[in-house]
Design a protein around this ligand. Structure first.
Ligand code: HEM
Length: 522
């Protein structure tokens, strides 16, 4: 018998509401049992769904930054019954996420992540043995010493980027995407993965990551907070999330399977090139290990490609908005490197201003402005506030990078803020957008080299100019960023012009003299 509209409406209202009431009741019960229940939660907007909803609209990190001015640097929100704390000050963030990392390093058990097939990703696995096993692989392959071995691949892919910029400059966003995806694919799966396959894989990952991002943000889908909803059948009114999850699951499965099957077949036929994954597969004899390798590689791609693209896009935006900074960096590059060769990673220590441009880029347009949440695994007391076990703690990287005392006039792209009065690089070299504590990004050394080498290589060879009509007055970067877990600049124009007559020759020689894995051709 079909359900009447009224029954359906009542069910739709009652099921989530009872879930919220149950969550609030459980919170209350655990608070009653807690020995520290006399203590207050940190201050925050009143406990009501409306306040959460308001914050969770587009660019929540900006709302949170505004609210922190009213409620303080440690702010409490209750979102669908989930304890949430937003940190807006670096000292508190370091104290909680780093010094107390034993307690502040888990992730929420979000049933929707599993429904979407994303539970393989180390970045989303709660603290424990499984997370440790996966994380160890990242430490092994992406610690500083290990990351150095990928420099030839990074250099070769950046030379390809320069070549693409030379050939079709107006497609620079596409070229950034291709650069990041082909680079990480070559590192993971080998240089015989074609650009077409990398691009196909990148678009699978991009779509899947986008869906993931919009689903796991605070206040995303109700099922993330009310686990019982995951049992609703897809046909049930209001259970559209089941269909959405099934679609995302298809993407994540392909993203994991396609490249690994390709490398596996290559190994069987003896056609596979050396790569991180092929090395691992050669010593893999049981299905469980095979699955771990698959998860590891897909995670590295998903975590490493789009984040890098975001930083590269913001670099083009910053340079087109701040031409005088560009000129200053180019002057340093020309003085140190000259004009007869392309830069290399060995030049990094000799180029302090370019280093400051890199730091400022990561500050000015943080790739992940709200970081990922760190869930507490025990009750804690901080500055007289009660932070219960199970709280989702977010470092608001946007607020940290907008600290006016540390970074006066924070919307200005000003690398000079990273120099001491006597002209030396200062010690503010922690890139906040790589996260904190035990969960800090394990790919940060690789990413730092990619972004730095791209900056210096592009500035050595091209002038980047904002469109004359539209970009004359730099407006705040806030208005130039889209929403998301990983933010990208909104579309903008940038003219890319070779700086000198010999640039074409330099780039063509560099691309012609190397294989795509970075090896010099015989
Ligand atoms: C500009 C580039 C990148 C940025 C801005 C970035 C940023 C981040 C952030 C903010 C986190 C969460 C940290 C936290 O919870 O406190 C993270 C985690 C992670 N990143 Fe990156 N990332 C970048 C590149 C990469 C690359 C190239 C890889 C892989 C080679 C990678 C692999 C990971 C992994 C596996 C995690 C999860 C760590 C865990 O939960 O234990 N990332 N990244």
């Amino acid at each position: 018998m079909p359900l009447s509209d009224l029954t359906v409406s009542l069910l739709l209202a009652v099921i989530p509401l009872s879930g919220v009431i149950f969550a609030l009741y459980s919170n209350y019960q655990s608070w009653l049992k807690s020995p520290i229940r006399g203590l207050p939660y940190p201050p925050g907007p009143p406990l009501l769904l409306g306040s959460a909803n308001q914050a969770l609209k587009s660019q929540a990190w900006i709302t949170y930054t505004e609210w922190s001015k009213k409620y303080g640097d440690i702010m409490y929100l209750n979102i669908y019954g989930e304890h949430t704390v937003i940190l807006s000050n670096l000292d508190d963030t370091v104290e909680l996420l780093e010094r107390r990392s034993r307690v502040y390093s888990s992730r929420q058990k979000n049933p929707y992540i599993k429904l979407m097939g994303w539970d393989f990703n180390v970045g989303l696995i709660p603290y424990g043995d499984l997370w440790r096993r996966h994380r160890k692989l990242f430490q092994r392959f992406f610690r500083p010493k290990a990351s150095v071995q990928y420099e030839p691949i990074q250099t070769a892919k950046i030379h390809n980027l320069l070549h693409d910029l030379l050939t079709t400059p107006s497609n620079f966003i596409q070229h950034c995407k291709k650069n990041a995806s082909t680079m990480i694919m070559a590192i993971l799966y080998g240089h015989d993965i074609s650009d077409e396959m990398s691009t196909h894989f990148a678009s699978l990952a991009e779509n899947s990551v986008r869906e993931l991002s919009s689903s796991i943000r605070p206040g995303g889908y109700a099922v993330s907070y009310i686990p019982i909803l995951r049992h609703l059948p897809a046909w049930f009114p209001g259970a559209g999330f089941q269909r959405h999850a099934a679609e995302v699951r298809k993407l994540t499965t392909q993203m994991k399977d396609i490249p690994l099957d390709y490398v596996g077949k290559g190994l069987l036929h003896g056609t596979s090139s050396a790569s991180l994954v092929s090395d691992l597969l050669e010593n893999c004899y049981v299905q469980r290990e095979y699955d771990v390798i698959k998860d590891f590689a897909a995670t590295a791609f998903a975590a490493g490609a789009d984040t890098t693209v975001s930083a590269l896009e913001s670099f083009f935006l910053a340079m087109s908005l701040f031409p005088e900074i560009q000129k200053k960096a180019q002057k340093e590059i020309d003085q140190v490197i000259g004009v007869t060769r392309l830069p290399t990673t060995a030049d990094r220590p000799a180029l302090p201003y370019v280093e400051a441009v890199y730091r400022e880029l990561m500050r000015w347009a943080p790739v992940t402005p709200l970081n990922l949440e760190h869930t507490t695994t025990e009750d804690d007391i901080y500055k007289g506030f009660y932070i219960p076990k199970g709280t989702a703690v977010y470092a608001n990287t946007w607020a940290l990078t907008r600290n006016e005392e540390k970074y006066p006039n924070p919307e200005l792209f000003n690398p000079d803020r990273f120099f001491t009065a006597d002209g030396q690089l200062n010690n503010d070299d922690t890139v906040l957008t790589f996260g904190f504590g035990r969960r800090i990004c394990p790919g940060r050394h690789l990413a730092s080299t990619t972004v730095w080498l791209t900056i210096v290589s592009v500035l050595a060879t091209f002038d980047l100019k904002g469109s004359k009509n539209k970009e004359t007055v730099p407006i705040s970067v806030v208005e130039r960023l889209a929403d998301g877990l990983i933010v990208h600049p909104l579309p903008f124009e940038c003219d890319i012009i070779p700086r000198r007559g010999n640039v074409k020759t330099l780039i063509r020689e560099a691309v012609g003299n190397r294989g795509s894995n970075g090896d010099a051709k015989a």
